[in-house]
Design a protein. Sequence first.
Length: 456
Amino acid sequence: MKNRTKRQQAIIKRRIFLSLCAVAAVIAIAIISIAISAIVKSFKLNSGDVSSSSDKLAVSSEEASPSAPQKTGKTVTATVINTGDIILHDRIFKDAQQPDGTFDFSDFFKVADKRFKAADYAVANLEVTLGGTEAGAYSGFPAFNSPDSLLDPIKAAGIDLLLTANNHSYDTRMAGMIRTVSKVKEYGFDFIGTKENESDPTYIIKDINGIKIGITCFTYETPSAADGRKTLNGNVLATEAQNLINSFDYDEIDKFYKTAQSIIKDMKADNADAIVFYMHWGEEYKRTQNTWQQSIAQKLCNMGVDVIVGGHPHVLQPVSLLHAEGSDKMTVCAYSLGNAISNQRRELLQTLCPTGHSEDGALFTYTFTKTADGVTSLTAVDFIPTYLDKFSVNGKYRYTMYPLDDEDTITGYAAISSYPPDLGELRASFKRSKEIVANGLTECQKALGCEIRFKD
């Protein structure tokens, strides 16, 4: 009985053990099933997150990349019109002064204003300072201090951007240079080239119809002072003014190239679709570009600049199509647009420029097109010669710019009832300008596939 009880107890223990094993197995299976399910869900979730992260990274990368096209959904264009140097010699402002002491410059652009207003954006070189009476009396060459009201006809004409870096930027020293910037801002102009503060930008990004154009402006320096400071027209810039003007030294041109490369990089980081450099360079009254202009232009082309517009020679110089070294990049360079407003006349320049070329200028346009998928390219350039007419009214000289599209345009000016221009002078100016720019301009226009200006 005792042995039987032990056997029964053993059986009972075995059955309990087996039951526990079965329960443990069930629990283990359940745990394994739950774990497997969790792993599968986790894998799916993680797979979805990776895909999502990848998508976000791609978008983020495109937004951060300066070269990534910004899609517009439609094709847009931006046409910028440019004219040359605005220089107020003393003969001009003295004859423009009215009995009450004010100045009337309203004749300057009364004919050309329609051209500026028809473009999307208009640019001119302001080659004077607005130093005010605190800088002394108003003056012309060699130290230009012009009345603030010079800005009135420029604004009324529809000009939007003034280039303020040139060899006359420091004519009324630091105070005059800063006051010029202040007045230009007060009138509502965009400007580039000089600054009020070192922290101000060396370039602007102008959004024109959805196309962002990076624009900067530089002028050449005259030989440095003994202590290494910059000079403009022989005027030593104050220590505080050294970094308030975009300038370059021909003798240290690599510094400029390094600066230009940095600016271009920054422009692209700011999502510029196109890049334009305005250069105050070259030799006065020379009707062809010099080797410095050519080498600088080629270097800027290699860096990716789309358009280069020059000034300073006070006469027209050729328009050229440049090809980047090592790539298919092309750049259009207008080496000099001559004068817009000045008193540099043949009768006054018998030695320097007796041919009348200093009376000739231009309205040079470039057009960028941005496709629906965000790709921007230079699609057109044009060049309309201008002539600055000087005429006398009650013994005082007045000045008016005349655009010279073609013979029909010139002939049409005969209908002007009050002080019409000499059509012979207009035709002679047109011929001079065409001889300088036609070949290069035509090459550019053929390369871009746009309308040819000079067809014969």
